[in-house]
Design a protein. Structure first.
Length: 378
């Protein structure tokens, strides 16, 4: 049985170690409550190289407790990235709910744009409302401990992408077990759940967790859900085996809203995809060989054994007769083959600097070992 990750199919697209990385543009709240804007972002994501446009289906009262968040405030200030919000948490979620009457039109726009339509659902009603329109699901990091819901979503039989930010390994184990018990189509995504966009966050991305996941769940495909600036995190994750990448997407980082500031825009998204495709080409298949573009370089830079002086036919070769020098044409004896030439007689004459091959000497005799020893000390 293979220990490599099982491939996953999303609407005809294969996600696998030997397949191109699958890019998910998380439009999230960046539709700003405007259907036409949401549709325009789908087209922009497609044109920038995304494979999927993802939204988030939530109702404020089904995802946050107004009382709970107000109780968390310290001297009237909200915590973490929410400290920059100018409204209570509940009100922000209410303002950025995705109108579920848009579902059909958003899915149709994605089809027209040639990319997939996906969502992160935050309650069972959301799952039911969009199930017929999506080929796969994303579970956000915040719901990794809601095992009942994970089972519900996994039970649809569609591929499930599970983010693991702000969680311990025990949380990941629990969620993975729950998913695999009903659905083997899992993409496990390393994530650092901090939305500030600070360069300090690189210290906490911990891409090497992907190695831990690969060893712990060898048949599970890996991915990355990322909120950091630039491309370093994505490129590192792909090099470590991630084949699904999710990042937030907007057309204008200066717009007001909870997700615009740290999102990728069309220019940075396109660059991310291009750099990733370069990396994928560079990763190769892991088989060490002289590559097609190195054949001439091997001749030019490797050494072969050459005559240190003019050599007459019948000469018994010694160390003083040979020198390893560039270039090394095909068939020439390599330096590691020196012992196969020492102590043997030349079939013909060789001029100074001429390359020698194993065919240029007479066959070894029973006294060849003694001759080598003598040649080596001459």
């Amino acid at each position: 049985m293979s220990n490599s990750p099982d491939p996953i199919r999303i609407a005809g697209r294969t996600l696998a170690l030997d397949a191109p990385t699958y890019f998910i543009a998380d439009i999230a709240a960046n539709h700003d409550g405007d259907l036409e804007r949401a549709k325009a972002l789908i087209w922009a994501a497609s044109e920038a190289g995304a494979d999927c446009a993802k939204f988030q289906h939530f109702k404020a009262e089904r995802i946050v407790s107004d009382h709970g968040f107000k109780a968390l405030t310290k001297d009237g200030a909200q915590l973490g990235h929410q400290a920059k919000w100018d409204r209570p948490v509940f009100d922000v979620y209410r303002a950025y709910e995705l109108n579920r009457e848009w579902n059909e039109e958003l899915a149709g726009t994605a089809r027209a744009a040639g990319i997939h339509f996906m969502t992160t659902p935050y309650d069972e009603e959301a799952v039911a409302s969009v199930d017929a329109l999506v080929p796969a699901w994303k579970i956000g990091s915040g719901d990794i401990t809601w095992i009942e819901f994970i089972r519900k979503v996994a039970g649809t039989g569609k591929p499930l992408l599970l983010a693991t930010g702000a969680s311990a390994l025990a949380d990941v184990d629990r969620a993975v077990r729950a998913t695999l018990a009903v659905n083997r189509q899992l993409v496990l995504m390393q994530c650092n759940t901090n939305y500030t966009g600070s360069l300090e966050n690189f210290r906490y991305i911990n891409l090497n967790v992907l190695k831990t996941y690969a060893a712990r769940y060898p048949r599970v495909l890996l991915g990355l859900s990322d909120h950091s600036p630039g491309h370093a995190t994505v490129l590192g994750a792909v090099a470590l085996g991630a084949r699904a990448v999710e990042k937030h997407f907007t057309d204008d980082n200066a717009r007001t809203g909870p997700d615009h500031g740290f999102a990728m825009n069309p220019a940075t998204w396109r660059e991310m995809v291009e750099r990733t495709r370069e990396l994928e080409a560079a990763l190769g298949d892991g088989i060490k060989r002289v590559e097609a573009n190195e054949v001439q370089t091997a001749v030019l830079q490797q050494r072969c054994l050459r005559a240190r002086r003019d050599l007459a036919p019948g000469a018994v070769l010694t160390m003083d007769d040979l020198e390893p020098l560039r270039p090394a044409p095909a068939g020439a004896a390599k330096p590691y083959e020196l012992s196969a030439l020492l102590g043997r007689r030349l079939r013909g004459a060789h001029t100074f600097g001429e390359a020698l091959s194993l065919d240029d000497v007479e066959p070894a005799t029973g006294d060849h070992r003694v001759a080598i020893e003598r040649a080596a000390v001459c």
